[in-house]
Design a protein around this ligand. Structure first.
Ligand code: NAI
Length: 421
């Protein structure tokens, strides 16, 4: 019997046959959507026999929706995600034209999906620009509702920019605008509530998965009251609400300054031995460098919207690019989660059998993990590892891999299913 995923007492309740709405997607969406489902279905069958099954329910968005209903984003699609909580989507072409809602924006706002989660791991055999890609295992929690996503801008020359400039100069006493007459202005809100819910989700994730650390990435050295405050709220939260599960660098520094560095090192090592999550912070530019040079120093990353944007793409490139990087937008409080391929619609290769379905498959694996179906998720990881290690890949990777065998999208999917032991 199929039924709905629910949230009760802050816990997600997953029936054995949950209904999962999916959007096929435009362009290569059609090429990768049902092959990805094939892999996930095979893994669930392998892990649980017929006692569990994902019940796929197609909902429309993008061109397919427009052709069938005259709308790019029918209200029923939003309603379906609202009703069933957890869904998955292929890439959607951003339609050009006035008044067309972007699905990502509409869903993010309607369901208040405040976390953009991007796990980044490397599969043996996948070409990487870094020397030790096997040391990369990071999980990015990017804030999804504030910072530049809620940014306010005034274009120079406009009445608003003038009003705003005059307000800053005349009422706020600002005297450091270098070229006031020709300046545009930007404002970004970063709140305590918004930061805390994002960092809380990252801490819970690290604790649940027994990951070693959470790094707060920020530019607090320059933007003290937004990015710097994000860092401080993060430390406050960890020390107050996760006192028994974490140890922070701020606590380390306090001990070091009062009792000496040696004592601080002892406490830090004890915390690590006890399995506490180490909460630290790094300035964004240093993080971008360090994640390349010493990726093993970082596990879960919690950061604001713009930093998260840069970091997500850099880390994805380190393990083989967006073609194999999954993602999800999640509201951990209410249970809503939408998993997605992170690449676009790749119109030039749509319908040619060249598309790599890995990003969508791996976002499906994140979905399985979100449901708590870890055994099925492991089956997919293992099978993909085998497939990449045998260098049997789609064209995007074939071109960069020595001694590889070229497979079409469907052959690649069959290979993965065949490697599920
Ligand atoms: P794109 O990701 O579609 O393509 C960039 C390059 O990567 C192309 O060379 C493409 O062939 C290749 N590529 C992408 N995914 C691939 C895959 N799975 N397998 C093999 N090769 C792959 O980005 P582009 O060209 O900037 O955008 C095309 C359309 O997609 C636009 O309408 C854009 O708005 C939309 N888009 C949608 C996203 C979403 O729905 N989440 C994300 C990014 C773009």
């Amino acid at each position: 019997m199929t039924s709905k995923i629910k949230v009760e007492n802050k816990k997600i309740i997953v029936p054995d046959y949950p209904i999962i709405p999916f959007i096929e997607g435009d362009g290569i969406g059609k090429d990768i959507s049902s092959p990805s489902q094939k892999v996930l279905d095979a893994a669930v069958l392998k892990a649980y026999g017929t006692s569990k099954k994902l019940e796929w329910k197609e909902v429309l968005a993008g061109e397919k929706a427009f052709n069938q209903t005259g709308e790019y984003l029918p209200q029923e699609t939003i309603d379906a995600f609202n009703e069933y909580l957890v869904g998955i989507k292929g890439p959607l072409q951003t339609p050009v034209g006035e008044g067309i809602r972007s699905l990502n924006v509409a869903l993010r706002q309607t369901l208040d999906l405040f976390v953009c989660l991007r796990p980044v791991r490397w599969f043996k055999g996948v070409p990487s620009p870094i020397r030790y890609p096997s040391l990369v295992d990071m999980h990015i929690f990017r804030e999804n509702t504030e910072d530049i996503y809620a940014g306010i801008e005034y274009m120079t020359g406009g009445i608003d920019a003038k009003k705003f400039r005059d307000f800053l100069i005349n009422e706020m006493g600002v005297d450091k605008i270098r070229f006031p007459e020709s300046s545009s202005f930007g404002i970004k809100p970063v709140s305590k509530e918004g930061s805390e819910r994002l960092i809380r989700a990252a801490l819970n994730y690290a604790i649940k998965r027994e990951l070693p650390s959470v790094t707060l990435v920020h530019k607090g050295n320059i933007m003290k009251y937004t990015e710097g405050a994000f860092k401080n709220w993060g430390y406050d939260l960890a020390e107050k609400d996760f006192a028994n599960q974490t140890f922070t660098w701020r606590q380390y520094e306090k001990i070091a300054s009062t009792k000496g560095k040696e004592e601080a090192e002892i406490v830090l090592n004890e915390a690590k031995k006890a399995g506490r999550v180490i909460v630290k912070d790094v300035i964004t530019d240093a993080f971008l460098q360090e994640s390349l040079l010493k990726p093993f120093n970082h596990s879960v990353i919690a950061t604001m919207n713009l930093n998260g944007d840069y970091i997500s793409d850099q880390l994805a490139a380190m393990v083989g690019g967006i073609g194999i990087s999954p993602g999800a937008n999640i509201n951990y409080k209410k249970g809503y989660a939408i998993f997605e391929a992170t690449h676009g619609t790749a119109p030039a290769i749509a319908g040619t059998g060249k598309a790599n379905p890995s990003s969508l498959i791996l976002s499906g694996v994140m979905l399985l993990e979100y449901l708590g179906w870890y055994k099925a998720a492991e089956h997919v990881y293992d099978a993909m590892e085998h497939t990449f290690a045998k260098r049997r890949v789609t064209e995007d990777l074939y071109a960069q891999m020595e001694g590889a065998t070229l497979l079409s999208t469907s052959e690649f999917v069959d290979e993965i299913v065949g490697n599920m032991h």
